[in-house]
Design a protein around this ligand. Structure first.
Ligand code: ADP
Ligand code: MG
Length: 229
């Protein structure tokens, strides 16, 4: 379980999160919605420890997040984030984009990392692109590599900041399939989105942030009738 307990976060005079609590479990997709500038990205950055918090606690599997280098390193093995612009290394091949972290963080040999990388590319239907460079790929393919690279480190939770905003409908469908597959593999998925279809029909939990507070938090499967599915 990933627990956010009454966290507050300010940037100088600006209090962005004013006491926010929520819980995420593995096997669950959560959508976070809310107006621009309301602190959604800040919340995700706090969740992976890229920002410190001023009050409250972030707790993963009963372990409170501390801000030492060692604790942050361990924390980021449990929680991965796929950034909005994917942050791929353009001068690395697709395979190298994945194996880089495996070698650096998991200390795998080249052979071990290559094997795991190919496995992941196969899973994400990208094996034939192993030796291509990111700029030779479509937006959806880049996203899949960014996901594969993060999954390679075997996190328990995966965070996405507006993953579908630059994708066409067909690619959004692929993204939804990937999310469902990852949840079946026992990951918890947390997605900031403006896509109300995704938020209401794909996610299990829907949280609305507004003015620094949780405005609403609903179990979507109970809340929305499923007659359209
Ligand atoms: P959202 O993702 O909901 O659009 P953000 O979390 O990006 O909102 O930003 C929330 C508020 O915090 C905004 O007013 C933004 O300008 C401010 N903010 C975000 N990051 C920083 C920072 N590093 N320093 C100062 N202000 C920041
Ligand atoms: Mg944002």
């Amino acid at each position: 379980m990933l627990e956010v307990k009454n966290i507050k976060k300010r940037f100088n005079e600006l209090e962005v999160l004013k006491g926010v609590s929520m819980t995420f479990s593995t096997n669950q997709i959560t959508s976070i919605i809310g107006p621009s500038g309301t602190g959604k990205s800040t919340l995700l950055r706090c969740l992976i420890g890229l920002e410190t918090i001023d009050e409250g606690e972030i707790v993963v599997d009963n372990e409170k997040l501390l801000y030492t280098d060692a604790a942050l390193h361990a924390h980021r093995q449990k929680i991965g984030m796929v950034f909005q612009e994917w942050h791929l290394f353009d001068h690395f091949t697709v395979l190298q984009n994945i194996t880089f972290a495996l070698r650096k963080v998991k200390h795998m040999t080249k052979e071990e990392a290559d094997q795991k990388g190919i496995e992941l590319l196969t899973k994400f239907s990208l094996k034939e692109k192993a030796n291509a460079y990111p700029n030779e790929l479509s937006g959806g393919q880049k996203q899949r590599i960014a996901i594969a690279r993060t999954i390679a480190l075997e996190p328990r939770y995966l965070l996405f900041d507006e993953p579908t905003s630059a994708l066409d409908n067909e690619t959004i469908k692929e993204f939804i399939d990937i999310c469902r597959q990852l949840v079946n593999d026992h990951l918890g998925i947390i997605v900031i989105t403006h896509d109300l279809n995704f938020a209401s029909k794909v996610s299990d939990q829907l949280i609305e942030l507004k003015n620094g507070y949780v405005q609403s938090n609903i179990k979507t499967k109970e809340y929305f009738t499923e007659k359209e599915n």
